[in-house]
Design a protein around this ligand. Structure first.
Ligand SMILES: NC(=O)c1ccc[n+]([C@@H]2O[C@H](COP(=O)([O-])OP(=O)(O)OC[C@H]3O[C@@H](n4cnc5c(N)ncnc54)[C@H](OP(=O)(O)O)[C@@H]3O)[C@@H](O)[C@H]2O)c1
Length: 311
């Protein structure tokens, strides 16, 4: 029996991956959820589909304390070795950037820092053949034409400290939300590459751009009108939108990557929703950026543990 760990499995892409794994039967699924009711509903559904075991422990990625508590309980319960870890949960602010209880810009906090903290804690639990993936986004790349159509201008990484503070140098509130999202997704690709370089024996690491998947919960903070377009109109027009996919299509590739059935040419590879291995944007390969991101992320976690204010 293999064990898979997925964040963000209560909705959208993560849910589709969980459904696929459940349908294969014989897998143990660990699916942390921030909302207990949504978690239990998912658990029931997946057991009904044939999953061998499903647990839905509580985890709120907006809180470093929640990640710590989660890890403590997880280790206490003598966890099974993890064959696949998918760091998939993600958020995007629509109108203005907000800070978490820890004082960190929430897109960076959820999409990058909490997952970084989580993976560091899970590393001792990886099985010998483990695969670890991040769901990232083509929006990180300033050259991505489809993302530009939606107002993205690529990641705007200056320093991790500025990104964590939501400092996008005078961009309008709406643009800063897009910048924060694209930048957090750059952080995912960079982190995958750093783990691959630093821990090549521990696991096979990858990052994955699922393409534009209209209809998911990602637009939950947008205005009612935009949500209607996202949920009702865009899925029907997806075939006409460049770079568009669907959770069904992207989850098939992502499940293949997570289970090791699809593999890259090197550890740390970046894939798109067609399963093609691509070069990420130049910023994702910049050593100064990787060094700054990891050093600052580690400093923030140390400051959190010492209860030094992060604001
Ligand atoms: N949709 C797209 O077009 C698109 C394109 C490129 C990349 N992506 C990436 O794909 C991934 C999945 O997104 P999606 O489109 O499937 O969106 P989604 O339907 O909104 O799913 C996001 C998942 O993350 C969970 N989550 C959000 N905040 C959390 C928190 N604080 N703590 C714990 N879990 C949290 C959500 O839980 P709840 O159910 O409780 O809300 C949900 O399960 C994300 O990383 C996103 O950035 C999406």
């Amino acid at each position: 029996m293999s064990t898979y760990f997925i964040t963000g499995a209560t909705s959208g892409l993560g849910r589709q991956v969980a459904l696929r794994l459940a349908q294969r039967g014989q897998h143990r699924l660990v699916l942390p959820a921030r909302d207990a009711a949504r978690g239990h509903q998912l658990q029931k559904e997946l057991l009904g589909l044939g999953a061998a075991e499903v647990s839905v422990p509580r985890l709120d990625l907006t809180s470093l304390a929640s990640v710590s508590d989660f890890l403590e309980a997880f280790h206490r319960d003598a966890p099974p070795a993890l064959d696949g870890v998918l760091l998939n949960a993600g958020v995007q602010s629509a109108n203005r950037l907000v800070r978490t209880v820890d004082g960190i810009e929430s897109t960076f906090a959820v999409n990058h820092l909490a997952h970084y903290q989580l993976l560091k804690g899970l590393m001792p639990c990886l099985s010998a053949q483990a695969v670890v993936g991040w769901t990232t986004s083509g929006t990180h790349d300033p050259k991505e034409k489809a993302a530009r159509l939606f107002g993205f201008r690529g990641a705007q990484y200056t320093t991790a400290a500025k990104v964590a503070a939501g400092d996008y140098g005078g961009a309008s509130a709406g643009q800063a939300c897009k910048d924060a999202y694209a930048t957090s997704k750059l952080c995912n690709i960079v982190t995958a590459r750093v783990f691959a370089a630093r821990h090549p024996q521990a696991a096979s690491f990858f990052s994955f751009d699922p393409g534009l998947m209209p209809g998911t919960g990602l637009a939950r903070e947008a205005s009612a009108g935009l949500q209607w377009v996202w949920k009702r109109v865009l899925p029907r027009l997806a075939i006409l939108v460049p770079g568009a996919s669907s959770t069904e299509r992207s989850s098939a590739i992502l499940t293949g990557l997570l289970t090791g059935q699809v593999r890259g040419s090197h550890n740390g590879a970046f894939f798109n929703y067609t399963g093609k291995e691509l070069e990420p944007a130049d910023a994702a390969k910049a050593q100064w950026l990787a060094d700054d991101l990891i050093a600052t992320s580690d400093e923030m976690l140390v400051a959190y543990r010492r209860q030094v204010p992060l604001k």
